[in-house]
Write a protein that binds this ligand. Structure first.
Ligand code: ZN
Length: 159
């Protein structure tokens, strides 16, 4: 599982491709911002964080499972992750950045094109924050969703 939290994870790459196709330009992993946000849109004063549901503990999410062994180790690890995320989001807000959080499951439940569309609307709007998936999407049964996400980026320029 090493590297799963590293940069250039697959869900992020899929989303990036979709946003780029939609004409949005961004910088990646800007290191002088809190938490090195995955995608930074200077023109829109906005950052997008792509969070894996397991590592970042997406509350109430089907993919936020609990490991059955070493539970104390995991609890401490998860707690650390959640605290770090909260601090980074607060710090980004204090620096005047608008922050979108895209949980990995949004890409599974809504599809990368829909997520890119929602982010595009948010970028060009004036809301401070955006969190995907929306509640009603999250309540969808995971059985309706393919077990393994298809992370393959769509071919650019189609649709
Ligand atoms: Zn989730």
């Amino acid at each position: 599982m090493a590297g799963i939290r590293g940069r250039d994870t697959k869900p992020e790459r899929v989303l990036r491709t979709a946003l780029h196709s939609a004409g949005f330009r961004y910088r990646l992993h800007v290191s002088n911002l809190p938490g090195k946000p995955d995608l930074v849109f200077p023109k829109y004063n906005a950052v997008v964080l792509v969070h894996g549901c397991f590592w970042h503990r997406h509350s109430g999410c089907w993919w936020c499972s609990n490991p059955s062994s070493n539970s104390e180790f995991w609890a401490a690890k998860f707690d650390q992750n959640v605290r770090r995320d909260a601090r980074n989001i607060t710090d980004l807000g204090n620096l005047g950045w608008r922050v979108a959080i895209v949980w990995e499951c949004a890409l599974r439940l809504q599809g990368d094109d829909d997520v890119a569309l929602a982010i595009g609307k948010w970028l060009t709007g004036n809301r401070k924050t955006l969190i995907l998936p929306k509640d009603k999407e999250m309540r969808r049964s995971p059985s309706a969703v393919p077990a393994a996400p298809k992370w393959k980026p769509r071919k650019p320029g189609i649709g």
